[in-house]
Design a protein around this ligand. Structure first.
Ligand code: 5AD
Ligand code: SF4
Length: 512
């Protein structure tokens, strides 16, 4: 759907009455609002410039929509999705809805979904099964599916056919249209489907209700143009488009002024930040160099692509200060042959050279990574190259996955001769190495005094506080509740594979 068609369809919608019992011909109306996703369209990258909008507002006609109503959003997947949920919560609150965690009392449930692997999708279909019963008990409940799965044609078709109790499906590019989509869902007997397959726009002033007031997420760019052969993200999140630096800096400053202690800059491929600017040469290094001057204790960014990780960024990160000494640098495989089939656009040697440069500039750096095992036709030797690369880099931790075919991606069409039993066994072998090195890295902390950003009580023991170091290590220690939200010094007394125990050394060092 292009801009002209969209505007026309909006005009049609706005001239419709809002009475559900109206005699109007809703089938026609439904045709107008229906926009299904297309993987083919999602792949076509337009050259048109990114449009920046600063004019989001809640239309008068929607102002009372949420009065006396409650909403609940279940979020699956990555931090980008978590942050989208914060935006949707902001829109709900602006419409007058109240948040709830109780499915029995809510009026709207949204599933903000992830499409990255099959098991992520299975969880959502399982949840839809539960919601069907709830809808039977409470027919007025609105149920919506949004996020990455709704960008997939096959998912939308499956929901249309098998889960007809769902009231609305909308995509990652349609979040700002939530008020209209809700209104349509209240009016229409049909499922409301609004998924734009590709989108070049950035909407700056969407409301947000952030989860917590200690750590905040800030989008710096959207989308991905890399098209790694296994990955659904370039299809679900659209083409790369960067927010303007001044808007990002303003948002980070605002969080600093509100007392946030940590900001994570978000994007599917943050190292491509700024590549789409036509009026200036400005990259992630330049942005980080500005943001490090803001008075906020910790700045992170995720996720990096090794191919676009340039010297300017390394030079800026080496300045330290509030730029943390932890970089997540997904490698995916240690074999140049597999990396080539994955279309990662770097080989083993280039990746190791990047690691060497980073370690030379930031000697204290902690590196973590993502790895996929069991890629189509991956040989034992190729897998062993992943093990040897892992040991050579000495990562602090890794997210490890068995390859999961995603419909519409090039890898899903590849013939695969690796049995699942072999893939599982490789994952176990990799995880054994990951755990062993992680435990060693943790042990290095024993006796050290580290800065811990205290996030709250430990999940297992309310008398214990839990927080994270700059290197993203979980630390449990006994301390006063007043330390929550602050950065405190903790001496590490004990190291486990995935967490550290310690004791607080002195009083709170950062009081905001
Ligand atoms: N199968 C398995 N893992 C995948 N990832 C992305 N796509 C797939 C897939 N089809 C992993 C990559 C990525 C992380 C977010 O998820 O390792 O970095
Ligand atoms: Fe999942 Fe990727 Fe979408 Fe994040 S961007 S929710 S990881 S599919």
């Amino acid at each position: 759907m292009n801009e002209k068609q969209r505007t026309e369809s909006q005009q049609v919608k706005e001239s419709r009455p809002t009475d559900k019992k109206s005699e109007k011909d809703y089938s026609k109306y439904f045709e107008k609002t229906y926009a299904a996703p297309s993987l083919k369209d999602a792949k076509r990258r337009g050259k048109e410039a990114v449009q920046y909008h600063n004019d989001f507002s809640i239309s008068e006609q929607f102002r009372d929509m949420g009065k006396g109503r409650k909403f609940l959003i279940r979020t699956y997947g990555c931090q980008m999705n978590e942050h989208d949920t914060e935006v949707m919560a902001g829109i709900f609150m602006a419409l007058g809805y109240e948040p709830t965690t109780d499915v029995k009392e809510t009026n709207v449930i949204l599933l903000n979904t992830c499409a990255i692997r099959e098991n992520a999708e299975n969880k959502v279909f399982g949840e839809l099964g539960h919601l069907k019963a709830l809808k039977r008990e409470n027919p007025d409940l609105l149920i919506g599916v949004c996020g990455c799965m709704s960008q997939e044609e096959s998912v939308v078709n499956r929901i249309l056919q098998k889960h007809q109790f769902v009231d609305m499906i909308f995509g990652t590019h349609n979040i700002h249209r939530l008020p209209n989509i809700l209104q349509d869902a209240y009016m229409s007997k049909e499922m409301v489907v609004e998924v734009w397959s590709k989108e070049g726009d950035i909407i700056e002033n969407l409301p947000k209700v952030r989860k917590g007031n200690i750590k905040g997420w800030v989008n710096i760019m959207y989308g991905c143009d890399k098209f790694c052969t296994y990955c659904i993200v370039p299809f679900t999140r659209g083409k790369e488009r960067s927010r303007r630096p001044e808007d990002i800096i303003q948002e980070v400053r605002h969080l600093a002024a509100q007392g946030y202690q940590e900001v994570t800059l978000l994007g599917q491929n943050v190292n491509a930040y700024g590549k789409d600017f036509t009026d200036m040469k400005y990259g992630l290094g330049d942005l980080m160099d500005e943001i490090r001057k803001i008075d906020i204790p910790r700045i992170r960014f995720t996720t990096s692509h090794p191919r676009d990780f340039d010297d300017r960024l390394i030079e800026v990160l080496a300045k330290g200060g509030n730029l943390v000494d932890h970089i997540h640098l997904p490698v995916q495989s240690g074999s140049s042959e597999v990396l080539k089939i994955m279309a990662r656009k770097y080989n083993r040697e280039q990746y190791l050279e990047l690691v060497r440069k980073i370690k030379a500039a930031i000697p204290n750096v902690s590196l973590t990574t993502d790895i996929i095992v069991g890629y189509p036709n991956e040989t034992e030797e190729q897998f062993e190259e992943t093990l040897s690369l892992y040991k050579e880099v000495g990562y602090d931790a890794a997210y490890t996955f068995i390859y999961s075919p995603r419909e519409g991606t090039p890898a899903a069409k590849m013939v695969d001769n690796v049995p699942m039993s072999v893939k599982k066994e490789r994952l176990q072998r990799l995880n054994a190495v990951v755990n062993e090195i992680s435990a060693q890295k943790m042990l290095e902390h024993k006796g050290q005094i580290v800065d811990v950003l205290v996030e709250g009580e430990s999940k297992n023991n309310p008398d214990v506080l839990a927080g994270y170091t700059t290197k993203s290590k979980l630390v449990n220690f006994v301390g006063p509740k007043s330390a929550i939200g602050q950065i405190v010094k903790v001496r590490i007394t004990d190291a486990k594979t995935w967490s550290l125990n310690g004791e607080m050394v002195d009083q709170i060092i950062e009081v905001k």
